[in-house]
Design a binder for this molecule. Structure first.
Ligand SMILES: CC1=C(CCC(=O)O)c2cc3nc(cc4[nH]c(cc5[nH]c(cc1n2)c(C)c5CCC(=O)O)c(CCC(=O)O)c4C)C(CCC(=O)O)=C3C
Ligand SMILES: [Fe+2]
Length: 376
């Protein structure tokens, strides 16, 4: 009985952001993303141009489809035949439709979601839990009762961390060729993630080390795993700032930092997108297009390391997280593996509680099903 290891769940759900498929999708997609989020129209027009530059099609959907296939293979290899579905927040296939259709056709009631974002913050964790609560409520109105749970945030899970390390090592190998030998005084590693408003950063620090702190924890582990000559100075920089110019977001922006580094003698940078699980539009545009252009202007060497994509350690780590969560729900107290010294977060550990990463306005989230008692 292969399904025992994911019992009591009837179906697994890969939950992602979603992206446009064609030019006509771009504006409605952007409207979905920014509804109620106070993003200036100029910023939307600018981001729309990024999508049009790539034919109006985001790379994210094909990457999620590839991840679905890789996850299905990994479940099958472990003898687990529980269905794996794919749903999104901002574009088709929409979460509520996918869950509703599956529940109607197969009677599934208990869904366990993997989200395509590794760190804690409102945008990268809590908002997904609000989406789940929204889908549960919408389906309840149609007379369908479901629960949707999610695996813990996995920035410090050994599978994700090992996959990042593989990308970093491979990137360093190519970088070394490009610059003709590593030299600490002239070469730097820039780990990159999505910027968020500093207010969002603050609320992520209430119950965890926070969004930025989680990146720093992973970076510290990665740097320590490298061999001596590979241990270049490394720092965290940000991309994809949005919102109004008056709202503070996490800094430094990658382009600004490259300019400063160039002024102080850095000749080449290896850019490692630890904040993204695959080559999203932010990676394709903000890093491979815009930051690469900044590097050309500065005469700086530039190489972008891979994102984890469907690397085997990442994929098998996600399946481990599903199995771990199911065991928690069965009250079995499974081991929660993490990189050394790091504390596991997320559903069931209490660290990702109902109040975690709350935004300015309080909205319903799904409770940590069967493990945490809903707070009042
Ligand atoms: C932390 C974080 C992640 C990582 C976690 C995760 O993966 O979930 C992420 C992922 C993504 N963000 C994406 C796209 C967009 N994000 C926007 C806007 C925003 N992102 C924010 C944060 C994050 N975003 C924030 C605080 C805003 C401001 C509005 C708000 O407070 O909500 C906008 C509006 C235009 C703009 O202003 O840029 C777009 C189009 C795509 C799809 C890319 C593709 O198509 O490949 C993906 C994977
Ligand atoms: Fe975003």
């Amino acid at each position: 009985m292969g399904n025992m290891s994911v019992a009591p769940f009837d179906a697994i759900l890969l939950m992602s952001f979603g992206g446009p498929e064609k030019p006509a999708d771009v504006l409605p997609f952007l409207q979905n993303v920014t509804r109620g989020r106070g993003i200036p129209v100029e910023r939307l027009e600018e981001v729309g141009e990024h999508y049009y530059m790539f034919g109006g099609k985001s790379p994210i959907n094909e990457q999620n489809q590839a991840l679905v296939r890789a996850l299905r293979d990994e479940f099958a290899a472990r003898g687990i035949d529980t269905p794996l579905l794919w749903g999104n927040r901002n574009w088709q296939p929409y979460l509520a439709e996918v869950v509703g259709n599956h529940a109607r056709m197969h009677g599934s009631r208990r869904f366990l979601a993997i989200d395509t974002s590794a760190y804690s913050s409102y945008s990268s964790c809590r908002q997904y839990r609000e989406d789940f609560a929204g889908a549960v409520a919408a389906l309840e109105e149609q007379g369908i009762e479901v629960v949707i749970d999610k695996v813990r945030q996995y920035y410090n899970h050994p599978g994700f961390a090992q996959a990042q390390l593989d990308c970093l090592r491979r990137g360093l190998g190519e970088f070394k060729q490009l610059v003709g030998g590593l030299d600490r005084s002239r070469h730097k590693i820039l780990f990159v993630t999505h910027s968020i408003p500093t207010s969002m950063q603050k609320s992520s620090e209430k119950f965890t080390v926070g969004y930025q702190g989680q990146h720093e924890e992973l970076m510290k582990w990665l740097s320590a795993e490298l061999d001596g000559e590979e241990q270049l100075d490394a720092e965290l920089v940000f991309c994809s700032r949005s919102g109004s110019a008056h709202t503070p977001w996490l800094e430094p922006d990658i382009n600004d930092r490259m300019r400063e580094l160039s002024d102080s003698g850095t000749e080449a940078v290896l850019v490692v997108p630890i904040g993204f699980v695959s080559d999203h539009m932010e990676v394709k545009f903000d890093l491979d297009t815009e930051a690469a252009q900044t590097a050309r202007e500065l005469g700086m060497g530039f190489l972008r390391a891979d994102s984890v994509g469907i690397s085997p350690s990442f994929v098998s780590g996600l399946v481990d997280l599903v199995v771990e969560r199911a065991a928690q729900v069965r009250a079995e107290e499974p081991e929660q593996r993490t990189i050394s010294g790091s504390k596991a977060l997320g559903p069931g550990s209490g660290a990702c509680s109902l109040n975690c990463c709350e935004g300015a306005r309080s909205k319903n989230t799904v409770p940590n099903w069967n493990v945490d008692k809903p707070a009042s």
